[in-house]
Write a protein that binds this ligand. Sequence first.
Ligand SMILES: NC(=O)c1ccc[n+]([C@@H]2O[C@H](COP(=O)([O-])OP(=O)(O)OC[C@H]3O[C@@H](n4cnc5c(N)ncnc54)[C@H](OP(=O)(O)O)[C@@H]3O)[C@@H](O)[C@H]2O)c1
Length: 403
Amino acid sequence: MSFSRFATRGLRSVSRRVPKSLTQQSASYSLLAARTAAVAVKLPQRAATQSVRGMKTLDFAGTEEVVYERTDWPLSKLHEYFKNDTLALIGYGSQGHGQGLNARDNGLNVIIGVREGGESWKQAQEDGWVPGETLFPIEEAINRGTIIMNLLSDAAQSSTWPQLKPLITKGKTLYFSHGFSVVYKDDTHVVPPEDVDVILVAPKGSGRTVRTLFKEGRGINSSIAVWQDVTGKAKEKAIALGVAIGSGYMYETTFQKEVYSDLYGERGVLMGAIQGLFLAQYKVLRANGHTPSEAFNETVEEATQSLYPLIGQKGMDYMYNACSTTARRGALDWAPVFEKANTPIFEQLYQSVRDGTETRKSLEFNGRKTYREDLAKELAEIDNQEIWRAGKTVRSLRPDSQN
Ligand SMILES: NC(=O)c1ccc[n+]([C@@H]2O[C@H](COP(=O)([O-])OP(=O)(O)OC[C@H]3O[C@@H](n4cnc5c(N)ncnc54)[C@H](OP(=O)(O)O)[C@@H]3O)[C@@H](O)[C@H]2O)c1
């Protein structure tokens, strides 16, 4: 069962514009406001160098940055702000699903535009979007929308642009969740019309997390940015849309910084480097006669189940402190060795992002007609690696699997 089906099973009864669950949503929204207020109160005095309602200048390790928070946007203000707008979400992948359902549950007028009869069309219907009412072919949704939220795959944003651009007329707003298309315009050929605001809200997590955090009454962190400000209101609109789609805190950036850091991070420690490091460590253990279970436990299981959550909660020193003196000593000695060995690779990666190499590869691969099948094949190869096959058995032995 796909996640979308699973996650939204309970939401089908939600009505289109102002859902029954709005009261409940308002409650969780207030819960979030209360929580964020509590966070604000708990911030160390030196951290909040300046604070006005809904916006804070915070000291991040000695650098001041502005952060916007949703407490400045109660639902009534959000409804008033978007009362004349139709949010047309184009594309219904993971972000379309998360952002669309959140904005709908927030009581905004949302429609979806996807290829008729495609996988996304089916998914959207399962989530309660109704053909002819809230679900349309892409061109029709753009014609009906005032805020065009381009959530097609980055490759599709490029290939469909010649057809979509003429429909994005003066007065509309063009929204992205990634700086990819406009920053790498030499490769994507996405050059927005000059007479529309162009803004970005990029949730710092998958669309699944955008949705689950919202349902828990919390908000995901997002980046916001402005590419083109025709009305003088572009930034305000980006913040309001950030709130509408379920953001808790919004960090200001530029389209370029967003896309560089995002492509770099996911190829690095977030995804690419972590798979590479896990595999390298596992293979050396196996080559030295350790069993698959031992190699997996010492590489992945302890990391994900015990140590990484501690880093997430309170930082690296906290995790080190929670470990034995023997472990600590060795880790302190070897961390700089890994840093030195890996820094040139990270520099090479950043350069590959900056010069567009990564973009071109992504456009080529994801622009293929067979992109879904090709991806599935490569992911199946990973799934079939011994490390991950061993992991299945290890996971089945977790205490919670046996209950
Ligand atoms: N996923 C994340 O974690 C994440 C996080 C932050 C930002 N973003 C950004 O959010 C945007 C959307 O990403 P996503 O992951 O939600 O979506 P995605 O999986 O990359 O894209 C899926 C959507 O693109 C459509 N599509 C693909 N090829 C198409 C074509 N040739 N013509 C028309 N539609 C086409 C699919 O429709 P069909 O089903 O009809 O093929 C589907 O609706 C991207 O800019 C991405 O970089 C993603």
